[in-house]
Ligand binder design. Structure first.
Ligand code: TYD
Length: 136
């Protein structure tokens, strides 16, 4: 799987004068079953997150508040996505190196994941990631 498998996905938006509502259902709005939810918040200005790849994990990233950038890299191509709305998000398939930066103050980054946390699923070294991709 490469960068072309990663894409922005529009979410349902129920517009209402009382406030808008968006929902995310596993296997419907995102192409995997959701097993874990986590979020980044209170990110200091200039900070970078990510800097790793996952072997098997599928993820979906949403800017719940504020904005930030996600840079994806499949070892051949790099692509920068700007996230700034809570009614769409970025699907990231396995074996993609990702970095998050350019966080606006007060931003909240929601991540839905296809599995529980497992450190053994991470590539934290870029060279090992590239070698892992070469092995297929
Ligand atoms: P990490 O995935 O490296 O953060 P990011 O990609 O956002 O920069 O995780 C940071 C730390 O938090 C690391 O020690 C592992 C821990 N962690 C968990 O225990 N559970 C989780 O679900 C996640 C995402 C991280």
């Amino acid at each position: 799987m490469g960068i072309t498998d990663c894409k922005m996905i529009d979410l349902p938006k129920i517009a209402d004068p009382r406030g808008n509502l968006t929902f995310i259902e596993g296997q419907r709005n995102v192409p995997f079953e959701i097993k874990r939810v986590y979020y980044l918040y209170d990110v200091p200005g200039g900070a970078e997150r990510g800097g790793h790849a996952h072997k098997d994990l599928h993820q979906f990233i949403v800017a719940m508040s504020g904005s930030f950038d996600v840079v994806l890299d499949d070892g051949r191509e790099k692509k920068r996505f700007h996230l700034n709305r809570s009614y769409y998000g970025l699907y990231v398939c396995p074996m993609i190196w990702r970095e998050l930066d350019n966080f606006s103050s007060g931003s909240v980054c929601l991540v839905l994941a296809s599995n529980v946390y497992e450190e053994s699923d991470y590539y934290r070294d870029y060279r090992e990631f590239i070698e892992g991709r070469a092995r297929g």
